[in-house]
Design a protein around this ligand. Structure first.
Ligand code: ADP
Ligand code: MG
Length: 141
């Protein structure tokens, strides 16, 4: 099951994130695909805002992971761009994160290939004109 959406601006990407918050099962593994600047972090930011996270929402580019716990729900946001080898994920205890009842978003999942399991949902963002094309697989919207 694949669907496509055109997101005209930053707001539209955040709103799509908010929609995901209402639709994703409580425990889901979501891989976010797309070039730098495609809008992966923006999408997660929209979801986190809808979930009720206030204050600055940082991209996990340097920390590798940002964790959120809000209203008994957990959200893990990974960015593996700086991962040198997939085995680093084992050192940080990736399995413990993945076994939690949580939403787990992973940017640059390609870097974790061989260690990461198969995702429930794939979202691909592509820059198209002034906006973004979003393709989603594995979730009916
Ligand atoms: N639908 C959209 N149309 C145009 N610009 C967008 C859209 N969604 C997000 N952006 C902008 O594109 C950039 C995306 O950055 P970011 O979310 O950090 O990308 P990534 O995490 O994929 O590297 C931001 O400047 C954001 O404001
Ligand atoms: Mg990002």
């Amino acid at each position: 099951m694949t669907s496509q959406f055109f997101l005209t601006d930053n707001e539209a990407t955040e709103q799509f994130g908010a929609r995901l918050w209402t639709r994703l099962p409580e425990k889901s593994l979501i891989f976010l695909h797309g070039d730098l600047g495609a809008g992966k972090t923006t999408l997660v930011r929209g979801l986190l805002r809808a979930a009720g996270v206030t204050g600055t929402i940082k991209s996990p580019t340097y920390a590798l992971i940002e964790e959120y716990e809000i209203r008994e729900r957990k959200i893990f946001h990974f960015d593996l761009y700086r991962l040198a080898e997939p085995e680093e994920l084992e050192w940080i205890g990736i399995d413990d994160y993945l076994n939690e009842n949580a939403l787990c978003f992973i940017e640059w999942s390609e870097k974790g290939e061989g260690v990461l399991p198969v995702a429930d949902v794939h979202i691909t963002l592509t820059i198209q004109g002034g906006g973004r094309l979003l393709q989603i697989d594995g979730l009916k919207l």
